[in-house]
Design a binder for this molecule. Structure first.
Ligand code: SF4
Ligand code: SF4
Length: 189
């Protein structure tokens, strides 16, 4: 079955997850360094308040924090991290499949173009995507998503010795005592 968004769905623009674990807090939409300025400018043009924080950094020593940032993230507007600031939930307009539309759809980040793809070889869709929940995996009608995912993966490649992950501190109210804020050493490559 060909991939296509489920009627009226906008779940991936709304729901945010803890990743890689609760300690790191809820993540936002991945923003590549070269996309950050454009997204900030789009927010300014549309009079939308946004918050972009780091996501992944790298370094050659495991003590002083990252010296280079590989990715940022665009945080949700709700206290629990949900709902992208660019999602139009108020105007009554609809996306082509009847969901809430994206105010910057033509200029949306690579991560939004790649979704719901989370692996391209073999092709694998995020099991949390509504299409995947209703229809399972597919490898059809995903050319644009594959291209975008490959671009992101290429940008994430690094020879650096240490990888740091930024803990956002964003959580459901019951989890706030568990989550951290700031850089945490994720792994030694
Ligand atoms: S990609 Fe999946 S979760 Fe997102 S709008 Fe489409 S069907 Fe819904
Ligand atoms: S930028 Fe647009 S497509 Fe991406 S999460 Fe936000 S509303 Fe959805």
């Amino acid at each position: 079955m060909k991939f296509q968004c489920v009627d009226k769905c906008a779940q991936c623009c709304i729901k945010r997850e803890y990743f890689p674990s609760k300690k790191f807090g809820k993540i936002g939409v991945l923003i590549l360094p070269e996309e950050k300025g454009k997204i900030e400018e789009l927010a300014r043009i549309n009079s939308i308040q946004i918050e972009i924080v780091p996501r992944i950094g790298v370094s050659e020593d495991g003590i002083h924090g990252p010296t280079k940032i590989l990715a940022y993230q665009l945080m949700g507007i709700e206290d629990n991290g949900d709902t992208c600031p660019f999602l139009d939930t108020l105007s009554g307009k609809e996306s082509p499949h009847g969901g809430f539309p994206c105010k910057i759809y033509e200029d949306r980040p690579s991560a939004c173009i790649a979704y719901p793809l989370i692996e391209s070889d073999p092709i694998n869709l995020d099991s949390k995507c509504m299409f995947c929940k209703e229809n399972g995996n597919t490898d059809e009608n995903l050319d644009e998503e594959i291209e975008s995912l490959l671009k992101i993966k290429e940008k994430m490649m690094t020879d650096a010795k240490y990888v740091w992950r930024y803990a956002t501190g964003i959580a459901e109210s019951d989890d706030r005592s568990i989550v951290k804020t700031g850089w945490i050493l994720d792994q030694e490559i």
